[in-house]
Design a protein around this ligand. Structure first.
Ligand SMILES: Cc1ncc(COP(=O)(O)O)c(C=O)c1O
Length: 375
């Protein structure tokens, strides 16, 4: 029996890998006076835009602000409806409400658990102004198809790429297809800061300038004391930019390790009565999360915890069933609701040992065998 705990995630090894570089960068900050914005933030913005294949990146305080500010900058607000998938972290829909618009929850594909062009098209109303697919788990949604729906109906496509830094679909980077994309750099994300942080990517220089201004109290670009709109404070701290630049340089290597661990999981879980939620064909996932669907999920999760294997659920309550969104929920969304009862996120991080995958496999096999009883 395994007597070690297999954590769901572990940030310590990647922190250790960048420690010297961060200490060096922070030491230089301590010698100066620039803590908010400044050269480290500008350097990170250039590197992240290049990484995402977009003309611009605007660093902001978190991923929720990134989405909220995109919607505001696009002029989406009261009277508008925005399509969001029902199964996402609530921030996607929260950003819509913060912008003054109404979220309209869309059921997801039963296999990929992502918003599809067909699902979006079926949910359109005369008030729809934007579509916000979420690249959940690091798997990129069908952005080509969704962009086509958006184009035909004159809507904005905004990608929620919070979980998909560096992922690709048919060779196209997550966050580079829509009018703009919102990223989160919450510590647990594949590219995570040492605190809250986020960014917007876009090819639209005017949109980037509007978002930059909104994130800095609506300040005019060329006059510190002139405010052309009522914005907010959503700037990135220089200390976080130092961390993010150090991590960005290593992100592809970490993503490759995630993919290798997923390969090991695929091989070792093949004969168990569960199903990995795989990305669509043509998608190079960022593998933020490795999610399986399994019957009796809560009991399986408890059994794994008893055996020292810690797991997560992303997410146990879909948005249309959340009390906070009761005013906008209209009707059942069966694929999202059914998935929420079955999904289980297994341990995964770039430094996970392949032997730990064996431990997870043995624990799962044991739990599932006991639940089925003797054969
Ligand atoms: C899909 C999704 N959207 C939006 C967010 C919001 O990002 P943040 O927590 O940085 O505000 C997150 C992360 O928490 C997320 O996973």
């Amino acid at each position: 029996m395994n007597d070690r705990v297999i954590p769901f995630s572990d940030l310590a090894p990647t922190t250790a890998e960048i420690r010297a570089e961060v200490e060096d960068g922070w030491r230089r900050l301590l010698d100066g006076n620039a803590w908010v914005g400044g050269a480290p933030v500008e350097r990170f913005e250039r590197a992240f835009a290049s990484y995402c294949d977009t003309a611009e990146a605007v660093a902001v305080a978190n991923g929720t602000d990134a989405l909220h500010l995109i919607l505001r900058a696009l002029g989406i607000g009261p009277g508008d409806e925005v399509l969001v998938p029902a199964n996402t972290f609530i921030a996607t829909a929260e950003a819509v409400v913060l912008a003054g618009a109404r979220p309209r929850f869309v059921d997801v594909d039963p296999t990929s658990l992502l918003m599809t062009p067909q699902g979006a098209e079926a949910a359109l109303t005369p008030s729809t102004a934007a579509i916000v697919p979420v690249h959940l788990f690091g798997h990129v949604a069908d952005v080509e198809g969704l962009a086509e729906v958006a184009r035909r109906h004159g809507l904005a496509l905004v990608e929620d790429a919070a979980q998909a830094q560096g992922a690709e679909r048919n060779g196209v980077r997550a966050g580079s297809t829509g009018r703009a994309a919102g990223f989160s750099f919450y510590p647990g994300k594949n590219l995570g800061a040492f605190g809250d942080a986020g960014a917007v990517t876009t090819d639209d220089a005017a949109l980037a300038a509007t978002i930059r201004s909104l994130a800095d109290h609506g300040r005019a670009a060329d006059d510190k004391f002139l405010h052309t709109s009522v914005g907010t404070n959503s700037r990135l701290d220089a200390v976080q930019a130092v961390v993010l630049s150090a991590k960005l340089a290593r992100l592809d290597a970490w993503t490759q390790r995630r993919a290798k661990i997923v390969d090991a999981y695929r091989e070792r879980l093949a004969d168990l009565p569960l199903r990995i939620v795989e990305p669509d064909v043509g998608v190079d996932s960022a593998w933020h999360l490795l999610v399986v669907r399994v019957a009796d999920r809560d009991a399986v999760r408890a059994g794994l915890a008893e055996r020292g294997v810690l797991t997560g659920i992303h997410y146990p309550v879909p948005c249309h069933e959340q009390p906070a969104f009761a005013a906008w929920a209209d009707g059942p969304l069966p694929c999202a609701s059914e998935a929420a009862r079955e999904i289980l996120s297994l341990p995964l991080h770039p430094y996970m040992d392949l032997e730990d995958v064996d431990v997870v496999r043995d624990a799962l096999a044991d739990v599932l065998r006991r639940r089925r009883g003797p054969t």
